[in-house]
Write a protein that binds this ligand. Sequence first.
Ligand SMILES: *Cc1c(COP(=O)(O)O)cnc(C)c1O
Length: 430
Amino acid sequence: MTAEFDPGREFALSLDEADELGSFRERFNFPRARHGLDPVYLCGHSLGLQPKDAVRYVQEELEDWGRLGVEGHFRSRRPWLPYHRFATSGLSELAGARDDEVVAMNTLTVNLHVLMSTFYRPTTSRCGILIESTAFPSDRFAATSQIRMRGFDPAHALIEWKPRAPDQALHLDDLQQILDDSGDEIALLLLPGIQYYNGQLLDMEDICARARAKGCFVGLDLAHAIGNVPLELHDWAPDFAAWCSYKYLNGGPGAVGGAFVHAQHLDGDGSAQLLGWWGHAEETRFAMAPAFEPAKGAELWQLSNPPILSLAPVLASLNIFHEAGMDRLRRKSLHLTDYLGRLLEHRLQDRVTSITPPDARGSQLSLRVTGAGLDAREVFRRLEQQDVVADWREPDVIRVALAPLYNTFADAFDLVERLRSAVEGADGRR
Ligand SMILES: *Cc1c(COP(=O)(O)O)cnc(C)c1O
């Protein structure tokens, strides 16, 4: 990190001037301001902005459908039959995986179920699924229902890794304690790469190693990690991982998500997964024979032919990631959040503080309004009134993400100035 820091706007502009990724901002469409100020979009952790190319990609698919009808499966610009494969190299690059370990398919929660149907193999003595106690509700629901569907009782089999008060962070020592005490009863760890609420980046490699040592399977939910931090899934070797593509991946609302299955599990014959025709070997799929022939690699877990219109924007976005490069994006992201942290300390010390662990973060900082007597909700309302697009999480957290593809140091500066004005406004109202 640079040692240099200056709290003025000029300094922010000079950092933007020196930013080698600065030109990528122009490749995105920005929502219009609702209240007349220059909008500051900080919701890439929730819905990434639209790449301008995504519009063209979707239009091309609509044109090809109109122009070619069913022939589009073979003769369109990007033939629909192997369409998911156009996402493969982009996804394997971001996941740190081999091409045959990843596949674009479904949406996140669906993929968690599809993959748990293979990798959650409960027995009477080992039926537990470990999640973090503050898990995103969908992950908790998915794990709970998997346990129940296999005939076990979530009250006993759902095991929770709790964050420590007062910092709210998850500590690996606590995970180790659970594994030491009851690792033999845990079939699967289902954990995030980055915790959605406080933005904590978990040491995925370490978690995988600890779980392996106890004979547990590991599944990673990378909703907030893919396209945000570099991943090395093949080497870290979780058994599986899944993600959505509409957060940092900028794939658009409800975009097709992705899945990773580690190489060690890729020689399956189709007896350990839910089956559909898209998991059948492509060469013989259209013989429509009753016997199942497994596709190679993670493609075996595919069920249906993919929704082309929801996959097209993902392709457009993956090209941008490939051009920018995850290492450069990570460097800029760390610089952006470091700058934002310092500016907050300088301008809003004791009134707004980040609860994201400073040494374990992605592009998101979760801010807590801590000033005595301040109404956090009112601060957030006043922030929205100034065209800052961030999000509110009960009871008192404002999440902001500085996505290095399209956010700037000036965005960070403007956020802090508007936050300060929101805090002062809310304070004056008391
Ligand atoms: C965003 C998010 C989801 C959303 O699930 P969908 O199936 O894509 O609707 C699930 N889990 C986590 C951890 C998330 O951050």
